[in-house]
Design a protein. Structure first.
Length: 210
């Protein structure tokens, strides 16, 4: 699996030459291959070349800089990894403004995704909240009814209910061969939905009823 984060390894400063060399590559296609978002709009994108040497350099012309990257610095990289390494060098070694804008947006998106994952309840917690939400909306539901409505296996529901009973969070009322479950301190439905991180949509609430 490709590591999404760009390498923190230091990059030697590129040299300066008068004449550019190498095969030209398209900046916007490079951004696409790196799976980054194009957040710049310009009619004069960076001029990027890949050459057979062993050192990156830039060729300076009046009003223009041409970035020449050495193949030796890109050995062993293919596809997405190769594109990201080129973007990294453009942003941090050549300090190209367009590359820096794209890479900065890329890092912000990675950070947002990481925060979202950290805030997302683990599967076990989500299942537990789903069970509680259903019981709150359907007091006296049986283990089987809870399992059918939530899609959670009966043994897992039973284990959760037993744990809650030990903590005094639910009360079990026997009715023949059925055990009906009641919350000892029911909570408002809106509060439960906010805790789980979902919102009611249409008749979603009714879909939980047996």
């Amino acid at each position: 699996m490709i590591d999404q984060h760009l390498s923190p390894d230091p990059i030697p400063a590129p040299g300066v030459k008068a004449v550019p060399v190498g095969r030209r590559i398209d900046f916007f296609n490079l951004v696409h291959k790196a799976r980054m978002k194009n957040v710049v709009s310009t009619f004069d994108p960076p001029d990027i070349r890949i050459h057979d040497g062993n050192r990156d350099f830039k060729a300076v012309k009046p009003g223009k800089q041409i970035y020449c990257l050495a193949k030796d610095n890109l050995k062993g990289l293919r596809g997405e990894e190769l594109a990201r390494e080129i973007m990294r060098r453009l942003a941090y070694a050549f300090h190209d403004w367009a590359a820096r804008e794209v890479v900065a947006r890329y890092h912000r998106d990675l950070k947002r995704m990481a925060v979202a994952v950290q805030r997302r309840p683990p599967d076990a917690m989500r299942a537990s909240l789903k069970v509680r939400r259903f019981i709150d909306m359907n007091p006296g539901a049986t283990i089987g009814e809870i399992s059918d409505a939530t899609g959670i296996a009966q043994p897992n529901v039973s284990r959760t209910i037993r744990h809650w009973q030990e903590e005094g969070r639910v009360e079990i009322v026997r009715e023949g061969r059925f055990a009906r479950v009641f919350l000892t301190s029911p909570r408002d439905q809106t509060d439960l939905e906010a805790t789980v991180g979902i919102e009611s949509q249409g008749d979603e609430a009714n879909s939980f009823r047996p």
